[in-house]
Each structure stands twice: as structure tokens, then as C-alpha cells.
Design a protein around this ligand. Structure first.
Ligand SMILES: *Cc1c(COP(=O)(O)O)cnc(C)c1O
Length: 231
């Protein structure tokens, strides 16, 4: 294994801490989701032995297979596009689904959650910059979509998620992250006055420091911890 996970992980955690300090935030407000997609269980165990417990996967089958062979105290997050026919097998396994991107998906999660007597925590994915290649609700659809899903039984909307625009310069992503934070503040007032719903999942290997400065509570970091998925 080429990447030095034991050195990368603490370096990422230090960078998160430094970004928190720059923004006057407490480091305890930010959680790193180690994105382990495409990496085998041995790599996850390396991070686990460094004390890390929160991992993210973007395919249901891969998540379930890894869960089966890895320690039970791992907190799994689902961060990828979710097909409605996979909802049933995912529910009860992932602590948080970051990628709710349509009303029909919300309805299916709710239906299955009720059948299984679960409350499922989700984030709403927002395509802030309306990139054609990206999933998620457009900012102007968000209010309507949330009003449609907020009262579905078994579904608990905990906040918003976005994927920043890809660019060499992480500063290019700053306005996108800032906009997600402002949208979140607006919606908390208008749609969820009685619930926290304040999680912001934003920032990846290339731009997480900027995302933390702009208020991220979850950063999703793959390459920065595990190395390149394409090596
Ligand atoms: C793969 C992935 C990540 C991690 O990307 P890196 O650039 O490797 O840190 C984060 N979020 C989502 C939604 C992903 O699919």
C-alpha cells in the first residue's frame, strides 16, 4: 500500500484544527468522514488503529461488504448517489445518508423506515453552482423540496450537503460553501424552526480547509487520507 495512512490522517486532523482556529471555531464542531471507497478493509483498519471511527462509502454493496468484516463500532456514512431499489438494504446500516437528492427517494426512505420502525438521518444534497454533472437540488428548489419531505415519518433531515466545484484553487469553492451555509441558516428559520437541522457536509481533500473556515461540520476526505484511488 503506497499511501501512508498513519501519517496522512493526523496531518488532515491537524489541518482541520488549524482551519478551525483561523475561523474562531472549536475543533470539536468538525468531524472528518474518512472516505474509504475503492480501498480494501486493510486500509480502513489502518485508520481504525489510529483511532478513527467514521468512514464514508458511496456504494451500498461495498459498504455492506466492508461492514460485515470490520469492527462494529465504526460509524458508516453513505455519501453517494442512492438508487431507490437499494434503500431497503442500506437502512439501519448507515448512521447518516449525506445524499438525499430527490423527493421520490425521500418517500422511499420514509416508507422503508416506517416498515423497519427506524428513524433515518439524512442530509439534503444541494447543487449550489447548478453544475450539470452534479446531483442535488438547485438552491431555488430547496425550500419547496424540504417542505415536501420534512414531515415524512421515519425521516429526519439533519442538514445540507454539497460537492464543491473541482478546481486547482480551493478558493474557487469558497463562495459555494458560503452559499450553502447561508441557505442552511435561511431554511432553519423558515422550514425547521423547531429542529436543529444544522449539519453542513462540505469539503473534500482539495478544499476542506476552506470548507471548515466557511462552517462545515462534516468534511469528507478520501485521497488526503488513503491516497489516490486510481494508483
Ligand atoms: C469520493 C468522494 C469524496 C472524497 O473525495 P476526495 O477528493 O478523494 O477527498 C467526498 N465526497 C463525495 C460525495 C465523494 O464521492
Amino acid at each position: 500500500m503506497a499511501a501512508d495512512i498513519g501519517r496522512n490522517l493526523p496531518a488532515v486532523l491537524d489541518e482541520v484544527k488549524a482551519a478551525c482556529a483561523r475561523a474562531g471555531r472549536s475543533a470539536s464542531e468538525v468531524k472528518v468522514v474518512a472516505v474509504s471507497k475503492n480501498f480494501p478493509p486493510e486500509c480502513i483498519m489502518e485508520a481504525y488503529h489510529c483511532g478513527h471511527r467514521v468512514f464514508g462509502e458511496n456504494r451500498v454493496q461495498e459498504l455492506l461488504e466492508k461492514m460485515d468484516v470490520l469492527p462494529k463500532d465504526i460509524e458508516w456514512h453513505f455519501i453517494g448517489g442512492l438508487q431507490r431499489n437499494k434503500v431497503k438494504s442500506l437502512l439501519g446500516r448507515a448512521a447518516l445518508i449525506h445524499s438525499l437528492d430527490s423527493a421520490p427517494l425521500a418517500e422511499e426512505i420514509s416508507r422503508q423506515a416506517v416498515l423497519k420502525n427506524l428513524e433515518v438521518s439524512v442530509l439534503i444534497q444541494v447543487n449550489v453552482a447548478k453544475e450539470v454533472s452534479k446531483r442535488g437540488f438547485a438552491p431555488e428548489e430547496l425550500g419547496g423540496a424540504l417542505r415536501r419531505v420534512r414531515d415524512l415519518p421515519g425521516l429526519r433531515v439533519c442538514g445540507l450537503m454539497t460537492v464543491g466545484p473541482w478546481n486547482e484553487d480551493p478558493e474557487e469553492a469558497r463562495p459555494v460553501f458560503r452559499k450553502l451555509r447561508l441557505l442552511s441558516a435561511e431554511l432553519r428559520k423558515d422550514v425547521f424552526p423547531d429542529r436543529p437541522a444544522n449539519i453542513l457536509s462540505m469539503g473534500m481533500s482539495g478544499d476542506f480547509a476552506v470548507a471548515v473556515e466557511e462552517g462545515a461540520s462534516l468534511v469528507r476526505i478520501g485521497t488526503g487520507i488513503f491516497g489516490s484511488r486510481y494508483a
